[in-house]
Design a protein around this ligand. Structure first.
Ligand code: SAM
Ligand code: SF4
Length: 326
């Protein structure tokens, strides 16, 4: 079977796979405090279904998977699933995005499975501000876990959503993590995917974020990996690096290699775009592997050129990131 390729010649080999839409935090940029309706259990893809779909996706060229959510570790027996997923020979890399509140008991097993690449959400190194942003009191657990993961040698990318009037003052504080440790600290623009249907109007663009840093440091540009969402930089004497992710300015769409699968089976070829098809419905409706792969190829052919074209098709329906496969 041919690999997934869109009409702009982009090869799609990277899946962001959401295993749940639930989370134990309530980050203001991601979810409303209350009122979000979570998917009933029977509508979630089961682990068996996810493993079958992984094979089908592997058959059309997916070789990297990032597990996300909601918070992936909220889902029962995630480690059992990861153990089976990591045995798939076509997967070159499995990585995880996590808020670090529930991952600590699993660190040794993750390393055993070869899962070392973890993206961490951390928007503040101040306990009160962390609480203000996440609406939960988990700072100490996250801080301890982060330190343990650094000590254990995980490859960490620490992601901070920078919001005007909320946590710009954390940019330099978080940057110090990269001064002391071999981690990458990345600053993201806020996107409107907060589940409230409204843009919160506090997005700080990547140039402003770089401006905060350049007032204090000189930095040099690094060569970014192909299809990277981040522009990466190094400051002399730092153990790690930093980056900015223009997630709202959408400067990185040109060589996008990503596909998203939500916990309920929805496929999105762009975060800003519409749901293109539902793999759970196809699977449960008895579609064959070939039929599912053909449906995926068709969806990928409709992948919009960039996040602006996708948003135009999508009529500004701003779901929570937890529903999109963050
Ligand atoms: N719960 C995990 C976590 O927070 O790392 C994984 C899921 S979370 C939806 C994935 C990523 O999306 C996090 O890095 C989070 O900061 C980011 N995110 C969520 N909502 C966002 C928004 N409105 N704008 C920018 N980034 C957002
Ligand atoms: Fe939960 Fe991650 Fe969303 Fe925060 S960003 S509410 S941790 S899913």
């Amino acid at each position: 079977m041919e690999k997934l390729q869109d009409k702009f010649g982009r090869e799609i080999n990277y899946l962001r796979l959401s295993v749940t839409d639930r989370c134990n935090l309530r980050c203001t940029y991601c979810m409303p405090e209350r009122g979000l309706k979570f998917a009933p259990k029977q509508t979630l893809l089961t682990y068996e279904e996810l493993l079958d779909l992984a094979d089908m996706l592997g058959g059309v060229g997916i070789n990297k998977i990032r597990i996300t959510g909601g918070e992936p570790f909220v889902r029962a027996d995630l480690m059992g699933f990861l153990e089976r997923l990591s045995a798939k020979p076509f997967l070159e890399k499995i990585s995880i995005t996590s808020n670090l509140t529930l991952i600590r008991p699993h660190l040794a097993n993750l390393l055993k499975l070869g899962i070392k690449d973890i993206n961490v959400s951390l928007d503040s190194l101040e306990k009160e501000k962390f609480h203000e942003i996440t609406r939960r009191d988990e700072f100490e657990e996250v801080e301890q876990t982060l330190n343990e993961m650094i000590d254990r040698g995980f490859n960490l990318k620490i992601n901070c959503v920078v919001m005007a009037g909320t946590n710009e003052d954390q940019v330099l504080a978080l940057l110090q993590l990269a001064e002391k440790h071999p981690v990458s600290v990345r600053f993201l623009e806020e996107m409107p995917f907060n589940g409230s249907g409204e843009e919160l109007g506090r997005t700080l663009d990547y140039k402003s974020i770089l401006g905060i840093i350049s007032e204090n440091y000189e930095y040099t540009k690094l060569i970014d990996e192909p299809s990277s969402t981040s522009q990466n930089y190094h400051i002399e004497g730092f153990a790690g690096n930093f980056g900015v992710i223009p997630s709202f300015s959408r400067t990185f769409c040109g060589d996008c290699n990503r596909l998203r699968l939500s916990a309920t089976g929805e496929v999105r070829t762009c975060l800003y775009g519409q749901n293109q098809l539902n793999l759970r419905d196809l699977l449960r409706g008895g579609s064959s592997e070939e039929e599912i792969q053909a449906a995926l190829k068709e969806a990928v052919l409709k992948k919009p050129k960039d996040g602006f074209a996708a948003a135009d098709e999508n009529e500004k329906i701003y779901l929570s990131m937890t529903k999109l496969g963050g």
